[in-house]
Write a protein that binds this ligand. Structure first.
Ligand SMILES: CC(=O)SCCNC(=O)CCNC(=O)[C@H](O)C(C)(C)COP(=O)(O)OP(=O)(O)OC[C@H]1O[C@@H](n2cnc3c(N)ncnc32)[C@H](O)[C@@H]1OP(=O)(O)O
Ligand SMILES: O=CC(=O)O
Ligand SMILES: [Mg+2]
Length: 543
């Protein structure tokens, strides 16, 4: 069924055949995908236009805020449908790309949930997308194993693995290796349809279910779109309405003003919201790009204790708990260090970060690495004890959290060291991404699409608004060019000449330069990145 160029139910496969693609892209799975695409793609396109129209208003001086037309939904008493038993306790969730070894390691980690990621931590090359679905289908059936080709180390799944949640791509990304009626299919629909089709029966049979994380929503209208997608899939397979369960990331500035509305639109399916802090910070920069009084300082200074981020966390908790939904915390980007002193520092920082979340009332938190499970669990255990979550923390006594608090400027310095670090991080991350690796350790932090967006968008913003650095230097395109040349040399020294020369650093630098020096802020680095990532695998590009 999966041969390249073939048509199935109107879908043309434009990617080369992959191991397992005949199973994953079987006729019935493609039929569901074709039906979903016919029904929902046009509206997805309209929703992207609505995003752009709203942004134009903000660019012209308007500020995002709570919607007057949905005030009733915020005021009225209502609750989400419910939370299945295996999602009641999500105190620690590990996240990671859908690579085979990582999937096994994550499911075996000492955590409650594994969020298997087709999004921020995956560069969605065609082989990764197909192989990722193979890996998850095998994992759901308990039939996943792996032998490392170099070390010979064998990996198998433990008896009682973590609960699986699949994070699909954001609405802005297409899957260019699959076309229907000559147009690419939204990546979000590809990831949803394939995971749902192949796994819902097996998951339900073992007492779990088809669970999803939805990223980068910008409005309740987008949530409504997802609710309609879920309702269609449930009806198509004669499932009880509300069988599909979803957690939405609140990781864009517009969405923070529509959390009640998002919960309401998805009330049959939703079980919680999550503070996706990294994309949220990026979205703060992106949304307020034209507002000189909202320029962010160095990335390192933008921590969750800053008032605008603390208000976001508290409002998310208050909103979720009022509706019976879980309020998940986010990712501390630290990863374990080899040096014991450094490691002690890492654990201290992770503890502090998780303390703040648990203290605010979050029901769970994210870690990027199994080596942090114990630390995060210890903090969450201290706050949750025998309870599965903190739904009892209603924050009802809190004064209302206002739009002003959510939009409050962030104090801190923009520094030359910060700008240089942003350059080195962004260029290394883009080099990895266009080479097919969406998550990499850089300077002791996990870097993924969300964290790298902050690095590159910050510099664009500093140029746009003529930011003056701590040492009095004015940020201009010329200064950026000079620093880029200098920092590329530093990176070459750090990674080694051989790795550098065999890598794709020149292409990454070009991509970075084009994003940073553009008059308009590009919506996502992954949009032009995807063109590069897929240039050799899309059939219409191959000669
Ligand atoms: C903003 C957001 O969206 S956050 C969510 C998206 N981001 C993520 O999910 C980040 C996930 N984390 C990762 O991808 C990785 O931790 C990285 C790339 C940052 C670092 O990975 P590595 O360089 O492999 O780290 P390291 O060498 O310390 O790993 C040690 C072991 O832990 C495993 N490991 C590390 N991170 C993870 C993870 N998240 N899930 C499962 N296993 C993991 C490695 O596979 C390795 O296993 P092995 O000993 O069997 O070979
Ligand atoms: O997806 C999570 C984030 O922080 O971004
Ligand atoms: Mg994100």
């Amino acid at each position: 069924m999966a041969e390249s160029g073939a048509q199935h139910h109107g879908i043309r496969i434009l990617g080369p055949e992959q191991p397992g693609s005949e199973r994953i892209l079987c006729s019935d799975a493609l039929l569901l995908l074709a039906e979903l695409t016919r029904r929902f793609r046009a509206r997805r396109n309209e929703l992207m236009t609505l995003r752009a129209q709203r942004q134009l208003k903000i660019d012209a001086g308007a500020m995002p805020g709570f919607l007057p037309e949905t005030a009733d939904i915020r005021k009225k008493e209502w609750q989400i449908l419910g939370i299945p038993s295996d999602l009641q306790d999500r105190r620690v969730e590990i996240t990671g790309p859908v690579e085979r070894k990582m999937v096994i390691n994550a499911l075996n980690a000492d955590v409650k949930v594994f969020m298997a990621d087709f999004e921020d931590s995956l560069a969605p090359a065609w082989d990764k997308v197909v192989q990722g679905q193979v890996n998850l289908a095998d994992a759901v059936r308990g039939e996943i194993d792996f032998v490392h080709p170099d070390s010979g180390k064998a990996y198998t799944l433990r008896e009682d693995p973590a609960v699986l949640i699949c994070r699909v791509r954001g609405l802005h990304l297409d899957e260019s290796h699959l076309e229907l009626d000559g147009e690419p299919i939204p990546g979000a629909l590809v990831d949803f349809a394939l995971y749902f089709f192949h796994n819902h029966e097996a998951l339900l049979a073992k007492g779990s279910g088809p669970y999803f994380y939805i990223p980068k929503l910008q409005s309740h209208l987008e949530a409504r779109w997802w609710a309609e997608v879920f309702a269609f899939a449930e009806e198509r397979y004669a499932l009880q309405p509300g069988t599909i369960k979803v957690t939405c990331l609140i990781e864009t500035l517009p969405a923070v003003f529509e959390m009640d509305e998002i919960l309401y639109e998805l009330r049959n399916n939703i079980v919680g919201l999550n503070c996706g802090r990294w994309d949220y910070i990026f979205s703060y920069i992106k949304t307020l790009r034209n507002h000189p009084d909202r320029v962010l300082p160095d990335r390192q200074a933008v921590t969750m204790d800053k008032p605008f981020l603390n208000a976001y966390s508290r409002l998310l908790i208050k909103t979720c708990h009022k509706r019976g939904a879980l309020a998940m915390g986010g990712m501390a980007a630290f990863i374990p260090a080899k040096d014991p002193e450094q490691q002690a520092l890492v654990l201290q920082k992770v503890t502090k970060d998780k303390e703040l979340e648990a203290h605010n009332g979050h029901d769970g938190t994210w870690i990027a690495h199994p080596g942090l499970a114990e630390t995060a669990m210890a903090v969450m255990d201290r706050y949750l004890g025998d309870r599965p979550n903190q739904l009892h923390v209603t924050r009802e006594e809190d004064p209302p959290i206002t739009a002003e608090e959510l939009l409050e400027p962030c104090e801190g310095q923009a520094t030359e060291a910060g700008m240089r670090a942003n350059i080195r991080i962004a260029v290394q991350y883009m080099e990895a991404w266009i080479s097919g690796n969406g998550c990499v350790p850089i300077y002791g932090l996990m870097e993924d699409a969300a964290t790298a967006e902050i690095s590159r968008a910050s510099i664009w913003q500093w140029i746009r608004h003529g930011t003056v650095l701590d040492n009095g230097k004015l940020v201009t395109k010329a200064l950026f060019e000079q620093m880029l040349t200098e920092e590329l040399a530093v990176v070459r020294g750090e990674v080694g000449a051989q790795r550098y020369d065999q890598g794709r650093f020149d292409e990454a630098a070009n991509l970075f330069r084009s994003l940073t020096c553009a008059e308009q802020l590009t919506d996502f680095l992954t949009l032009p990145g995807y063109e590069i990532l897929t240039e050799s695998t899309r059939m219409d590009n191959r000669t």
